[in-house]
Design a binder for this molecule. Structure first.
Ligand code: MTE
Ligand code: MO
Length: 481
């Protein structure tokens, strides 16, 4: 009987990360997880436990503590630890460091969806400005925050692997001295932004139930990836004459993703390796000391803590490139043919309301003064929010309805100090309506320069992972919290 085979610990230890077959221990069971590794949602992080016990890791990554995860593991059982190796009836555990112990403190205004790893969104009330301050910029971590003391910048090394497999290394100082500094303003938006709206209006979608705050706009300063590629001898002006088709990025904690070579080599693509965010060193949560910024693309490609860049004929083999961050049809269930869909790159057009204020005779004088500055009647309602489209496509219009979509008017697009070759930033918008004309539901939708617009409902673009939710935002006529 396969599950009953007695296995010595010594033998388990031989099946570590470099072995042909990778084994782990859970309780006193021994499991050959070789075939499971490519499907592991956390990617190759699982190899940390290779050849040893997985229990301590499952305590740290609490997400594993549920029946369907235990069931998956059970399929791979090959035996039990030989009783001769047990101490007090248990497998002696190796000490494991808690990788989350160096995670930074976070601002208490962030709305926390999960702590380990940290997933926290910007509260709508704090999203009034063109620039999102560092402290309240949403945090989307799949794993832990790597070591980020003073030494992290000093010891930092970026490795570039050329298409021929040659490696070139740069320190942070090399990058700063060798290449011109460049600043862009750009949105980062998680593909799960507004997933909660899809779950509420169509069906429950898997993933973190983000509201409108898994997006932010910041100024990023660093060096152009294009300049570095040229420096390692890649013909950026003739990229398609080469066999390289993708640029893969690896983060130092284990995350990875890639972008098409055309974006990386485009002189107007503005892909940068950033060391500053809004004029300050990158905060630990946002990639200190160096991160990729791929403006106009889904934020999942803007790899934080980047330490390796590889030119390749194929996409990153990471879980997050191949088995996540894709969209399927409304009918397709949670076991799709992942390879049949392209990875999400450029974002579709998006908009949201972030604030709804009423101003009446009873409002504070400061609010009424503010209204006067805009020549408004009393008893008004002031709506504001953001609109953004991917690929550098500028927002040209935000349409607002105060009667659930029967009649429309245009919001005011606020001027901004956007930087970069294309429209990488969001547009803040504002709309002031007399409260008397208000019907039951406000509706918001945006149009970009290619005349793309958002879908009316949610069911037609439902996908089981709830990616790229962009249905018209509908808000009841009452102040938003
Ligand atoms: N890079 C690394 N190394 N690790 C990560 O978990 N998350 C990605 C991307 N880059 C991630 C990463 C995702 S899904 C998003 S939405 C953005 O980072 C979030 O960036 P932020 O936390 O700076 O807002
Ligand atoms: Mo994301």
């Amino acid at each position: 009987e396969p599950g009953k085979r007695l296995i010595r610990l010594e033998e388990v230890h031989k099946h570590g990360r470099d072995a042909e077959n990778v084994w782990v221990i859970k309780g006193d069971g021994v499991y050959d997880i070789t075939d499971w590794i490519p499907n592991h949602p956390g990617g190759e992080v699982i190899l940390r436990a290779a050849g040893g016990c997985i229990d301590a890791y499952w305590k740290i990554f609490a997400i594993h503590q549920k029946q369907d995860v235990y069931d998956i593991l059970e399929q791979y059982k090959i035996g039990v630890v030989d009783p001769r190796d047990l101490i007090d009836g248990e497998v002696p555990h190796d000490h494991v460091d808690d990788p989350f112990s160096s995670d930074p403190e976070r601002d208490s205004r962030l709305i926390v969806h999960s702590k380990r790893p940290c997933n926290a969104e910007t509260p709508a009330a704090e999203m009034e400005d063109f620039i999102t301050p560092n402290k309240i910029f949403y945090v989307r971590n799949h794993l832990w925050v790597p070591r980020h003391g003073e030494d992290a910048a000093k010891d930092y090394q970026l490795t570039i692997e050329t298409y021929d497999g040659e490696e070139k290394k740069y320190t942070l100082q090399d990058l700063q001295e060798k290449f011109p500094e460049y600043t862009i303003s750009a949105v980062l938006q998680c593909s799960g932004n507004r997933r909660a709206h899809m779950s509420a209006n169509a069906r429950t979608a898997n993933g973190i139930q983000w509201n409108v705050g898994a997006i932010g706009n910041a100024e990023w300063t660093g060096v152009r990836l294009r300049d570095i590629l040229a420096d390692v001898g890649f013909p950026v002006g003739k990229a398609l004459d080469t066999e390289a088709r993708h640029v893969q990025f690896s983060g130092s904690e284990a995350y990875g993703a890639s972008i098409p070579i055309t974006k990386a080599a485009d002189q107007y693509g503005d892909v940068i390796l950033a060391y500053k965010m809004n004029g300050n060193p990158l905060p630990p949560d946002h990639g200190y000391p160096l991160r990729v910024i791929v403006p106009g693309h889904v934020a999942a490609r803007s790899v934080k803590w980047v330490n390796k860049i590889t030119l390749s004929d194929e996409e990153s083999t990471s879980q997050w490139q191949r088995r996540d961050y894709k969209c399927f049809g409304p009918n397709q269930g949670p076991n799709p043919d992942w390879d049949s869909a392209p990875s999400i790159q450029e974002m579709p057009v998006q908009s949201a309301l972030t604030s709804l204020k009423y101003i009446s005779a009873h409002s504070s004088q400061s609010q009424r003064k503010w209204l006067q500055a805009y020549g408004l009647e009393e008893d008004s309602v002031l709506l504001s929010g953001y609109a953004f489209s991917g690929g550098g496509r500028e927002i040209v219009r935000v349409d607002i309805s105060a009667d659930d979509g029967r009649s429309w008017q245009q919001a005011e697009l606020l001027p901004s100090d956007a930087k970069g070759s294309r429209a990488w930033s969001w547009k803040r918008w504002r709309c002031i309506l007399p409260n008397s004309q208000v019907g039951k539901v406000f509706v918001i939708k945006a149009v970009d320069e290619a005349y793309n617009t958002q879908p009316d409902g949610y069911e037609a673009h439902f996908n089981f992972r709830g990616n790229l939710t962009s249905g018209w935002m509908r808000v009841e006529n009452k102040p938003v919290k």
